[in-house]
Design a protein around this ligand. Sequence first.
Ligand code: SAM
Length: 260
Amino acid sequence: MSNTPNTPPESGTQTSFGFRAVPETERQGLVNQVFSSVASRYDLMNDLMSGGLHRLWKSEFVAMIGASRGESPFKLLDVAGGTGDIAIRYAENSGPNATAVLADISPEMLAEGRSKVAARGLSSRIRLTQGNAEALPFPDRTFDAYTIAFGIRNVTHIDAALREAHRVLKIGGRFLCLEFSECQVPLLDRLYDFHSFEVIPRLGKLTTGDSESYRYLVESIRRFPNQEKFAAMIREAGFERVSVRNLTGGIAAIHSGWKL
Ligand code: SAM
């Protein structure tokens, strides 16, 4: 992709925050500032930036969780669940004994999520809690499914988050990740670059007064491993039958894996 710098990420204690190299120990704090700053306008910005496309992607993603519409119990963990889009769609499309725990590191995003969940009358089925994807506050083999949507690229140690996903899933549980990925359609990739680097930061400035946060969001997408590399990381964490499904030419992708 154009606009991606050729320099590799810094080694040692440095890591990438968008296209910037920062000390590894400071990265999560910087990510938290981004989400604290955008939380109240996060849903609006998602619609504006993607022209509503994120709603279709999320619906496809939730359909893959496979919770029953009947009475059988099913426990979902939605990590980096933010304002609750995944957990809410899941609860609204599954049976009464399908419950979810939404874990997110940002108190501001959780507060937005809590209001949305309450407004939809889903507080008894969705519990929201603060937690870091790299060190989840749950016992081993607790959940039937683990989801993370547009969250994992914000995590500093992706390998640690994947290991945690594997740990907290029951045997036979499914890992599902929805994330921006590598656009694989010529021309669409150029349009997408223009939209990402020229339109999104300006939209961010207009609606939230904060173009920097949106620049980070776009840059972090380009830093994230492509479909193949991320699938290899998921296998490395112990998942089996790993597969990838591209959405909109690979602008986003759903990775799936099973704990067998
Ligand atoms: N999943 C939601 C969605 O699809 O709309 C929110 C995605 S939002 C782009 C990314 C979320 O990841 C933010 O709510 C942020 O607070 C959260 N996050 C970032 N680092 C995290 C970490 N280490 N552990 C848990 N959540 C994290």
